[in-house]
Design a protein around this ligand. Structure first.
Ligand code: 2AM
Ligand code: CA
Length: 263
């Protein structure tokens, strides 16, 4: 597989941030025993990783804009290009020393995602995609799973329990989908869900109340692996609406039908 110069820059930034997260993750495992808990420590790990990514990308492409989970929006002089960055997707897992988290970076050109990296430094799984050049896990080309029946499908989701009416809706969606599929998974990292869907491990994934940085990097992986990605109404506004439904074309249609029937 040949990587473009831009993708190489993204891979380098994600690897460097990954090394920083691994160091901090080792500390979090030790901090688990302290009663105060490692929450502040994790928030610093998050910020450290973001700073590393920001400085790597800024050095390589000084004029590009940024949208970052921690640092927000930083406008560059280049009106065409924007980096979308989640330095630590799966923060709660990281906090609990569960090794399921990822560094996620996307490059947007004229409003369209054209390159993505999702990196789990613990598993050393590097997911990359470029528009028109496929989706990859390390050196292996990815393809979404071909299962057509919901009864055979493993479906991932995420539910934010904050007691609002939207969360009750999410629980009703879960109650409708759980009995008609082969199993539900809840990883706690949206980027990981989308990467695993592209890799054919998961057959479907839906979630609402996400940030652009949770969806943008994985969206290109799913598309380049031959999957369908939409918002929960079936239109292509997943990133701007912060909600996502992803699967192969058959499971996507089944999930959409069920989700639309829940109000
Ligand atoms: P995080 O780990 O970076 O916070 C879990 O359901 C997914 O939702 C994770 O990808 C998590 O990203 C994301 N998430 C959790 N709280 C969120 C919030 N308030 N806004 C956007 N995304 C959130
Ligand atoms: Ca996130």
């Amino acid at each position: 597989m040949a990587r473009s110069a831009l993708l190489n820059i993204m891979v380098q930034a994600a690897s460097k941030a990954g090394r920083s997260l691994i160091r901090d993750y080792g500390e979090v495992e030790n901090l688990q025993v302290s009663r105060k808990g490692p929450a502040d420590f994790v928030s610093n790990a998050d910020k450290r990783a973001e700073k590393i990514i920001f400085s790597e990308l800024k050095r390589a492409r000084p004029t590009y804009s940024f949208l970052m989970e921690e640092g927000g929006e930083i406008k560059g002089t280049d009106g065409q290009h924007r980096w979308i960055i989640d330095p630590l997707d799966g923060t709660t897992n990281f906090l609990h020393a569960i090794p399921l988290f990822a560094v996620a970076i996307a490059l947007e050109r004229n409003g369209e995602i054209v390159a993505s990296v999702i990196y789990n430094p613990i598993m050393d799984e590097l997911y990359t995609a470029e528009k028109g050049a496929g989706a990859w896990l390390n050196n292996k080309r990815l393809r979404v799973a071909s299962r057509r029946k919901m009864a055979d499908a493993i479906i991932a989701t995420g539910i934010k329990v904050t007691g609002t009416s939207n969360d009750i809706l999410a629980l009703r969606q879960l109650a409708a989908i759980s009995p008609i599929c082969a199993g539900i998974r809840r990883t706690g990292s949206a980027s990981t869900d989308l990467a695993w869907l592209a890799a054919g491990r998961l057959d479907g994934y839906w979630e609402a109340k996400l940030g652009a940085w949770d969806i943008a990097p994985g969206s290109l992986l799913v598309k380049e692996a031959g999957g369908f990605i939409s918002d929960l109404s079936g239109t292509n506004r997943a990133i701007e609406k912060g909600e996502v439904l992803a699967a192969n074309e058959y499971i996507h249609a089944s999930l959409l039908k069920t989700l639309k029937s829940i109000t």
